[in-house]
Design a protein around this ligand. Structure first.
Ligand SMILES: *Cc1c(COP(=O)(O)O)cnc(C)c1O
Length: 358
């Protein structure tokens, strides 16, 4: 048996989670966010599984081109737009929707000579202060885009929420109000919500929702599990035991001797480490599943290996199954134990991990 680490992608979970988006936001169209290799799930297989979405959003031109190269014909939105005439030409060639959030990008459209106008999304900064036009820029920019022949009218009006994962956040209310005020009377569709906005904020659903995380079956909220939100994890990161050994009480284990056995202990070494995207700073005691049972990580995570205390489990053998996250050990829980967020873990599954799409 080859000890191999793989990320098993459950396409039925992806479809289930999309159906859940539809249930939560029945009046909205769904722009499924599949940037960053679909948060580590594989952008093409994810897009194929989510073919029922109304469109796909990616961050970068190359990500959209990979989807077109695979034959996907749905609408694809470039969330950060394009930079320079070459990229705009590519966007035209591949029929991408473009986001406009910078004056440079307005100018680019104004100087574009092509036969087909772009479906254009205009990003308005309502308080996140990352991308988008500031309130005082909105009216003049919209007027220019309205007058621009390269822009298909009406424009789609967009903002992004900084704190939607706090369901009671005053800043989110202020952002929603600012968006309402800045776009009052304008024609065109609206798009506000990411996953947290979709699940937590009625007023954010608008014409288009832009869920990412929830499609992968991960909760955007600290106070609600994915299961409580009706979501199913789409990724299971699994590997195998490559060694089993006994140590005496008092012996230290791994780099730095970071863990010392308090009793005679049986340890399983599993083929997963930070070289695979299992975070190095995951705290000792974090659960992994060995043959479906929870057991604690001990000592430091190395590049290719972790050590698990299986003293309290039924006998474990080389080749036995180890689940690092997925059903039974939510990625949210591992992320918390590593001092990070689930987004970073699922996006960070490395090249050498085989994606096993089912
Ligand atoms: C990444 C992204 C999303 C999706 O966010 P999730 O929190 O993963 O749902 C939505 N909108 C924009 C602009 C994004 O960059």
């Amino acid at each position: 048996m080859t000890p191999v680490i793989r990320a098993v992608i459950d396409t039925s979970a992806l479809r289930h989670n999309l159906a859940r988006v539809r249930e939560v936001a029945p009046r909205s169209r769904v722009m499924a966010v599949i940037k960053a290799n679909a948060y580590g799930h594989g952008s093409v297989p994810t897009a194929v599984a989510l073919a029922g979405a109304d469109g796909f959003a990616v961050a970068r031109l190359e990500e959209g081109m990979a989807l077109r190269a695979a034959g996907l014909r749905q609408r694809i939105l470039l969330l950060e737009g394009v930079f320079g005439p070459d990229q705009l030409r590519q966007a035209a060639h591949h029929d991408f929707d473009v986001m406009v959030h910078e004056p440079e990008q307005v100018l680019l459209l104004e100087t574009w000579r092509g036969d087909k106008p772009f479906r254009t999304w205009v990003k308005i900064d309502t308080g996140m202060n990352r991308l988008g036009f500031r309130p005082e820029q909105v009216a003049p920019v919209l007027a220019r885009l309205q007058a621009c022949e390269a822009v298909l009218k009406p424009l789609t009006l967009v903002t992004h929420l900084a704190n939607a994962d706090d369901r009671d956040d005053a800043g989110t209310r202020a952002q929603l109000e600012a968006f309402e005020r800045l776009t009052a009377g304008m024609p065109g569709e609206r798009s506000i919500a990411n996953s947290a906005g979709t699940l937590g904020w009625d007023a954010a659903r608008a014409d288009w929702v832009r869920p990412g995380l929830m499609l992968y079956g991960v909760s955007p909220f600290a106070d609600a599990t994915a299961a409580e939100l009706g979501l199913r994890p789409a990724m299971t990161l699994e590997t195998r035991v490559i060694a089993v050994k006994e140590v005496h009480a008092g012996e230290a284990v791994g780099y730095g001797g970071a863990w010392r056995a308090a009793r005679p202990s049986r340890l399983a070494i599993a083929a997963a480490g930070y070289g695979d995207g299992y975070p190095r700073n995951t705290r000792g005691g974090t659960a992994v599943l060995v043959n479906g049972r929870r057991a604690p990580l001990v000592g430091r995570v190395s590049m290719d290996m972790i050590t698990i205390d299986v003293t309290d489990l039924p006998p474990v053998a080389v080749g036995d199954a180890v689940t690092l996250w997925g059903e039974g050990v939510p990625v949210e829980e591992v992320a918390k134990a590593a001092g990070t967020i689930a987004y970073e873990l699922i996006c960070g599954v490395s090249q050498r991990v085989h994606l096993d799409v089912r």
